[in-house]
Design a protein around this ligand. Structure first.
Ligand code: DSN
Length: 427
């Protein structure tokens, strides 16, 4: 249990809020967190993000600020920038975007005008809202054209990016900007193939590697550096940093990107986040992080195999990275029903559309799971059969309204979690 001593000032000033923080710490400790975009940051990252750097305004960039008193802040930001450049092998890094969506908006601001054609993967196919999807500003202020994955059986290439479609669309529509990457892509992204298409069609190519940045840093996924114009990423997913984002590029795009982030879109950077990004980047440059990144992928592959053995239908037939997208149609349990039952069983996932989903996004056919968090807790491939068995039991129980089984699974999950403490949690 979290005690008031762990957040003494907060507990004294606002016991109600302190209790909620304690409850969240307990929840994160006790449950099997499988949302692929979440993780556990280290205690060091957590500490850095809660420092007095919070108190400082720093509009501008190191050495070129609009406020005085930047003696320390300039060094903090420079550390983060230099570490990002070294880790990802890029000329330029901007660590100020508040999160992934503002980072992507800055890319549009840098390279497109309202009304221009932009291209990305459709959201229901595994893309992101900010890749030109209609309900996002990026799909209403720009003319978004969207590619997807191949339909049909995984054994015939179903669920994989359709590069013929990407190329045809790019040459026909001549978008100013092409985004590759997404939020529900279980397979390796072929940045070289996207690079060729972007060069042929004259587009600026952006790799949104938010989900796989940690895998790239750890050498468990090919890097987009050298193939794309801009790399956009959040810092809080597989990279295991604070909630933030970065834009990286070759030198030729540095000015345009910096100008778009500030003063184009944002005011002062969140210096406490910049500091925590710097810490996370240092951690990600250690040999142990390479082991972590490879373990994330090994766990996902083992989990996918164990799910396939239990008759689950996986989009694209499996995974190459940290993420598994399950189509529950053959199990006759809607994704939302399954996700809510799994939550009651102590297994936290999100419901998700699957490609060509006949159901609505708020009540789709699938669930999306991933291994970044459980790997941070030290779970290995030896545990993945057990994880698949729990998912199978809980989904079956969801279909039958069997709450007793969900309670049993929850207790078993809590036992395993107790044996594998989570980084950064005071419990
Ligand atoms: N919300 C993030 C995810 O869960 O993938 C993407 O922005």
């Amino acid at each position: 249990m979290t005690t008031p001593q762990q957040h003494p000032a907060l507990a004294a000033a606002d016991p109600e809020l302190a209790a909620l923080v304690g409850a969240e710490e307990r929840l994160q400790a006790d449950t099997l967190r499988l949302i692929p975009s979440e993780n556990y940051v280290s205690a060091a990252v957590l500490e850095a993000s809660g420092t007095v750097l919070q108190n400082k305004y720093s509009e501008g960039y190191p050495g070129r600020r609009y406020y005085e008193g930047q003696q320390n802040i300039d060094q903090v930001e420079t550390l983060a920038v230099e570490r990002a450049k070294a880790l990802f092998g890029v000329d330029h890094a901007n660590v100020q975007p508040y999160s992934g969506s503002p980072a992507n908006l800055a890319v549009y601001l840098a390279f497109a005008q309202p009304g221009d054609t932009v291209m990305g993967m459709a959201l229901p196919m595994g893309g992101h809202l900010t890749h030109g999807w209609g309900v996002s500003a990026t799909g209403s202020w720009f003319r978004g054209v969207q590619y997807g994955v191949r339909p049909g059986a995984a054994s015939e290439g179903g669920g994989r990016i359709d590069f013929d479609q990407v190329r045809d669309l790019a040459l026909k529509e001549r978008p100013k900007v092409i985004f590759c990457g997404g939020t529900a892509l279980p397979r390796t992204i072929d940045f070289a193939a996207f690079g060729e298409i972007a060069r042929e069609s004259g587009a600026v190519l952006v790799a949104d590697v938010a989900h796989i940045a940690g895998l790239i840093a750890g050498g468990a996924h090919p890097s987009p550096a050298g193939h794309v114009d801009v790399i956009s990423t959040t810092t809080h997913k597989t990279l295991r940093g604070p909630r933030g984002a970065m834009l990286m590029s070759r030198e030729e795009h540095a000015k345009a990107l910096d100008k778009a982030v500030f003063p184009g879109l944002q005011g002062g950077p969140h210096n406490q986040t910049t500091a925590a990004i710097a810490v996370a980047l240092r951690e990600a440059s250690q040999p142990s992080f390479r082991d972590y990144a490879h373990a994330v992928v090994a766990n996902a592959r083992a989990l996918a195999e164990a799910l396939l053995a239990r008759g689950f239908d996986l989009v694209s037939g499996g995974t190459d990275n940290h993420l598994i997208l399950i189509d529950l149609t053959p199990k006759q349990v809607p994704g939302k029903v399954a996700a809510k039952a799994l939550d009651r069983a102590g297994i936290v996932v999100n419901y998700n559309t699957v490609p060509y989903d006949p159901r609505k996004p708020f009540d789709p056919s699938g669930i999306r799971i991933g291994t970044p968090s459980l790997t941070s807790r030290g779970l290995t491939t030896d545990h993945m059969d057990q994880v698949a068995e729990w998912i199978d039991r809980a989904v079956t129980a969801a279909g039958k309204g069997d709450e007793e089984t969900l309670r049993t699974v929850r207790a078993e999950v809590a036992d395993l979690m107790a044996a594998h403490p989570a980084p950064g949690l005071p419990v």
